[in-house]
Write a protein that binds this ligand. Structure first.
Ligand code: HEC
Length: 183
């Protein structure tokens, strides 16, 4: 279903681009509004997944699973809202065309030790398509979590929540800390 919606969108975007090309030259990607990756991580992606991980600790059984007996309506609603927010933020990141490692006028404190924003920018410039694809993988994963939360399927929720961190890490391995793997 998601795939169909995407290809329909792709087609209308293509039609739009062709129409635009007929009258004016298409604008270079750098004219697009920048997506600031660091700010996106800290303010966009991180809060919703942190809330989900905090909830897991609160409602887990002895094996770390979401325990349906400890989930009330408010908790299910909150889980659903956070899953939707994670999906929305990941898709927002994946739909961007102009990635900038950090907002030059940003107000965040220093990034984690070892973060090399210049190197990150080079990777973003060289592999923008991969970055977009990995963002969409996370959006798809969060979409599965939305469905599981809507169904109040605690077992499926547990699996998906436990499998989220590897999706984050897959992208971090390529764009954030690849130097760890060079020697
Ligand atoms: C498509 C790529 C991508 C995905 C997916 C991704 N990240 Fe990131 N993340 C990055 C990049 C690039 C950096 C390094 C830039 C930076 O320092 O923020 C980063 C940095 C971070 C940081 C450090 C922020 C700081 O203070 O500088 C946090 C926290 C973070 N990510 C959390 C997450 C979490 C949680 C997920 C999964 C839910 C996730 N990220 C998924 C690309 C990604």
């Amino acid at each position: 279903m998601m795939k169909l919606a995407n290809s329909a969108l792709g087609l209308s975007a293509l039609a739009f681009t062709l129409a635009a090309c007929a009258t004016t030259a298409s604008a270079p990607a750098s004219d697009e509004a920048p997506y600031y990756v660091r700010e996106g991580m800290v303010n966009g992606l991180n809060p919703s997944i942190m809330a989900i991980w905090d909830m897991q600790v609160e409602v887990m059984d002895d094996y770390g699973n979401f325990d349906p007996a400890l989930m009330d309506d408010a908790k299910w609603e909150s889980l659903l809202a956070n899953a939707r927010e994670l999906q929305r933020q990941s898709a927002l990141m994946g739909e961007a065309t102009n990635y900038v490692a950090a907002d030059p006028n940003g107000t965040l404190t220093d990034p984690p030790e070892g973060t090399d924003l210049v190197a990150i920018q080079q990777r973003l410039d060289a592999q923008g398509d991969l970055y977009r694809a990995m963002s969409m993988t996370l959006a798809g994963h969060a979409g599965q979590l939305v469905i599981a939360a809507e169904a109040r399927d605690a077992e499926r929720v547990t699996t998906l929540v436990n499998n989220t961190q590897p999706v984050c890490k897959a992208c971090h391995d390529v764009f954030w800390y690849p130097e760890e793997y060079t020697d």
